[in-house]
Design a protein around this ligand. Sequence first.
Ligand code: SAM
Length: 339
Amino acid sequence: MSTKNRGNIIMKSQAPLLIDTFGRRIEYLRLSVTDRCDLRCNYCIPKGFRGFQEPASWLRFEEIERLVSIMAPLGLRRIRLTGGEPLVRRDLPNLATRLTAIPNIDDLSLSTNATRLHDLAAPLKEAGVQRVNISLDSLRADRVAAICGRDVLGKVLAGLEAAKLVGFAPIKINMVVMRGVNDDEIDDMVDFCIEQGFVLRLIEAMPMGATGRNTQYCDLQPIRRRLQQERGLVAADVPGGGPARYMKAPDGRLSIGFITAMSEHFCATCNRVRLAADGTMYLCLGQREQLAFGPLLRRGASDEEIVEALRWAMSLKPERHEFNEKPEKLTRIMAATGG
Ligand code: SAM
């Protein structure tokens, strides 16, 4: 069915835009293409983890394309490809090409650990990926190996170089700050990002599964105050639909975002939902509310049924996470949700 016809269905059934019961407009989809990853970061996938989904359950590209084509006229504008590690999914540029061709989707970005970006940066850029976020918790090879389980710093830096060369903009570095692990490297990372022209995002670890819960949590508020004072930072806007609160240096050479899910949550402005690789839609990173789109798509549900399911999903979106009140509640790890 054409997008035009999809528009008619939506008008006929008077489906609202993707708006939840708290009046939040959902325009952003974090789209996980696999829950697998080539790394085992301490705060994410447990070592020896065996609970991955069967690849046969992953949505096929045409199924993802169909769901996004139905969501786009309802208000979806932005998509971030994520995982697991999205670059382990074969033929990812093909999916990117399909998604950017969908009317209304005007922002396609990627979260990656960059171990495979050296070879994939150019085809992904060509396919329409505009921006990349790259995980890098340390600039020291031994620390990267200790945090991620493998000595991949060289590969990540090569991936970053390729990202710069093909012209992704902006390139953001995601650093999960952990007390006693890498919190002494924040200034090095700031200087590295200034030198390379990257945006830095400091992230507070969230208690997602035992790995997340057992991580050496570091409150970013004192760090933000210190950097603000020492570097004269002022509030800033940086392209992207995500949760970071940005500040920049007066000379414009440094932009730095703080993702303070724990010390100052940002749920009131949440504009996103997450689709796991098997088509399960998670309505909140920190809660269990979910709706399985996989079986619907696989049994050939009509567009009307899928719009109805989306409407139901919106009604399930919780007001906020409860990471602080109930840190034990969420056993699901970030890689299973789509980070
Ligand atoms: N593999 C890709 C990457 O490295 O960006 C995409 C998925 S990864 C799960 C997305 C982001 O989630 C990464 O920046 C990672 O550091 C972050 N992350 C994973 N577990 C986390 C946790 N428990 N708390 C905070 N951030 C976490």
